[in-house]
Ligand binder design. Structure first.
Ligand SMILES: C[S@@+](CC[C@H](N)C(=O)[O-])C[C@H]1O[C@@H](n2cnc3c(N)ncnc32)[C@H](O)[C@@H]1O
Length: 231
């Protein structure tokens, strides 16, 4: 066998081994982002929870695309998908030894994001985007746009404590009994309850005593979801 052929066969074997490894990892018996969204959409279908899908932290639209798939799978034809992002990546991040983030991380411009959605067959009439850092964009004008709407599923994937607390304060008027709220990074920071999404949720629930979050499903690798109950 010629040298070139041997090299080619070795490369092919390596490539096949890599693909098999990825497929194997994906076939692990675990629920990740797609799985939790599938469960959430089935939950709201069975329980007839009215409302839209809200996602905070879009990056390149992976989970937004999953939600779109579930909207169609579960026949939620009137459901609007709302996306909230700076389209400039993360804002300044918290100073902490466990901090793994940096300013500008996950930047994806709005035109890039819209092009990705288009390439996946997501029509612009199916979604609405609210652009800007949450400290500015989660404002009265955003509330006016959302007037009369409720949130059936909320996906929070904005990594930071500051961002998450702003999101939780913003979503209050849209919560109904049975709204599902997913936190993508709940067990980040080595699971420290004094940081990130976990800290933000604990503070929020302490303040908003009329809102209860019933623990629902935990998902890989760091996520946790809740069912909203209004007291
Ligand atoms: C980890 S990425 C989201 C990943 C995405 N859900 C996916 O499926 O790939 C985090 C996103 O949160 C956004 N983000 C975080 N904090 C924000 C803030 N305060 N204001 C606006 N966007 C923020 C970032 O711009 C980034 O797109």
């Amino acid at each position: 066998m010629k040298f070139k052929q041997i090299v080619k066969q070795l490369i092919d074997a390596e490539w096949v081994a890599r693909v098999l490894e990825v497929l194997d990892r994906r076939s692990d018996n675990r629920m990740a982002e797609l799985g939790i969204l599938s469960q959430a959409f089935e939950f709201i279908k069975i329980n007839q929870v009215p409302g839209d899908y809200f996602e905070f932290g879009l990056w390149r639209g992976k989970t937004f695309g999953y939600a779109h798939r579930m909207k169609h799978r579960y026949g939620r034809h009137d459901m609007k998908l709302w996306g909230f992002d700076s389209f400039q990546g993360l804002p300044d991040t918290e100073e902490h030894p466990d901090n793994i983030w940096y300013k500008g991380q996950f930047a994806c411009t709005r035109p890039e994001f819209e092009a990705i959605l288009k390439s996946r067959g997501i029509r612009s009439a199916e979604y609405e985007l609210v652009e800007g850092f949450y400290s500015e964009s989660l404002n009265d004008s955003a509330h006016r746009r959302l007037s009369g709407r409720t949130a059936a599923v909320i996906y929070i994937d904005c990594d930071l404590y500051d961002s998450t607390i702003q999101v939780l304060n913003f979503i209050q008027p849209y919560l109904v009994n049975g709204s599902i709220i997913c936190f993508d990074d709940f067990y980040n920071y080595k699971g420290d309850p004094e940081q990130g999404e976990q800290k933000a949720l604990a503070e929020f629930l302490q303040k908003e005593t009329h809102i209860g979050f019933i623990p629902y499903l935990t998902y890989a690798p760091l996520g946790k979801s809740f069912i909203c109950r209004l007291k």
